[in-house]
Design a protein around this ligand. Structure first.
Ligand code: ZN
Length: 390
């Protein structure tokens, strides 16, 4: 593999102790960052790319995405915008479409969404199952998802499968038994939707404990629809992340602050369900590690765009542009417990995004504008050859 010098960087956001470096350069070698610093002290490399004063940031880390599904729910979105309330039950229409889809249809849908993620600068992303809700359909969702990412998450406990509507305990037994056995070989994480209309605290504890016994690491959908036990369950389980965190009390905030559990905020969901946003300011001021992710799914947040979520985080959740960028890069890396992504420092993965802007503030300042000029993932260019070539 040849080494590449990226030079002419107006502002390099390292998301490390080195902070922002002005008039910077960076060398990639063998998929890793080999050097960062001021352009006038840069070493030579096999090839060189001049980005003409643009800003360079780490690739975004989308730590929460539901990409294994078929169909869409545009009509439901339209109805909701006309006044129909959102509930967790809407998931079931996607379950029907996913079960009916062939492997090739599921694979093509994930490939299409993966392409969107890469084009919008997300170089690492998680994929959850959760729209199969049978042993066969959950396992095949994860088997296909594994072709696209190392961060696959078993979410059999998304909602109670329709066949078990009168027997939720029976469904939990399936999820923690036969379904888990079939899914664990294809998953790294176990997740549960602990909320109104889904699973209660005791059920969620049972699901996570079974997952841990099967070698998976926990993460939790917590406190999206109402104040509930989700955050406490996540912290008790040592979860990498409690996701949504929209309805928190002081105990929840304190528990997050005293733990290694990241609070992952998903403002695309509040946008798409016209709901109140989480209070990011309260979490940050309490010292909680905060991530932002897309929650890409066909029901409540059908976006793959981290720049859109950053704009929402700044405008609607009172994060500064710098805090939002950190949450979308380093925060996501913490939420996936992977320490060589979400930052640009020697040894980290060569995942970088060139913005068509002099400063990452523009991500929120210019909402809805595609500012992604070029993207490298593990040292390989996956978008853009420079503005003159597009
Ligand atoms: Zn979700």
């Amino acid at each position: 593999m040849t080494s590449t010098l990226v030079t002419g960087i107006g502002l390099l956001s390292t998301q490390s102790d080195e902070g922002d470096i002005l008039d910077a350069a960076l060398v990639m070698d063998d998929g890793r960052v080999a050097w960062v610093g001021h352009a006038d002290t840069a070493p030579s490399a096999d090839e060189s790319v001049d980005v003409d004063g643009r800003a360079v940031i780490p690739g975004f880390v989308d730590s929460h995405a539901h990409l294994a599904f078929a169909g869409d729910r545009a009509a439901e979105f339209s109805a909701r915008m006309a006044g129909t309330a959102y509930s967790a039950g809407g998931i079931r229409s996607t379950v029907d479409a996913t079960r009916a889809a062939s492997d090739d249809t599921l694979r093509a849908n994930i490939a299409r969404l993966t392409e969107e993620l890469l084009r919008s600068g997300s170089t690492t992303f998680e994929i959850k199952s959760g729209y199969g809700l049978t042993t066969v359909d959950e396992a095949r969702s994860l088997r296909i998802a594994q072709e696209f990412t190392d961060h696959t998450t078993f979410l059999g406990a998304h909602v109670v499968a329709p066949e078990f509507a009168d027997d939720p305990a029976g469904y939990v037994a399936l999820v923690t038994g036969q379904m888990l056995d079939a899914c664990a070989p294809h998953a790294r994480w176990i997740d549960v939707f602990c909320d109104r209309g889904a699973f209660d605290g005791d059920q969620a504890r049972e699901v996570l404990a079974a997952g841990v016994r099967a070698g998976l690491s926990p993460r939790v959908h917590a406190n999206q629809l109402q104040r509930g036990p989700g955050v406490q369950v996540a912290v008790e389980a040592g979860a990498a992340s409690a996701d949504h965190c929209t309805h928190l009390d002081d105990h929840d905030v304190a528990a997050l602050a005293d733990s290694a559990t990241v609070a992952t905020l998903l403002p695309g969901a509040e946008f798409s369900t016209r709901s109140p946003y989480p209070d990011a300011r309260r979490l940050l001021d309490a010292g909680v590690t905060v991530a932002i992710a897309t929650d890409c799914n066909p029901g409540s947040s059908y976006t793959t765009s981290m720049p859109f979520c950053i704009a929402l985080a700044v405008r609607e959740m009172h994060m500064t542009p710098a805090e939002a960028l950190t949450a979308a890069t380093l925060g996501g890396a913490c939420a996936l417990r992977q320490d060589d992504i979400g930052r640009l420092t020697v040894g980290s993965s060569a995942d970088l995004v060139v913005l068509d802007a002099p400063d990452p503030i523009h991500l929120a300042y210019r909402p809805g504008v595609d500012l992604i000029d070029r993207v490298w993932r593990r040292g390989v260019r996956v978008r853009g050859t420079g503005h003159r070539d597009r």
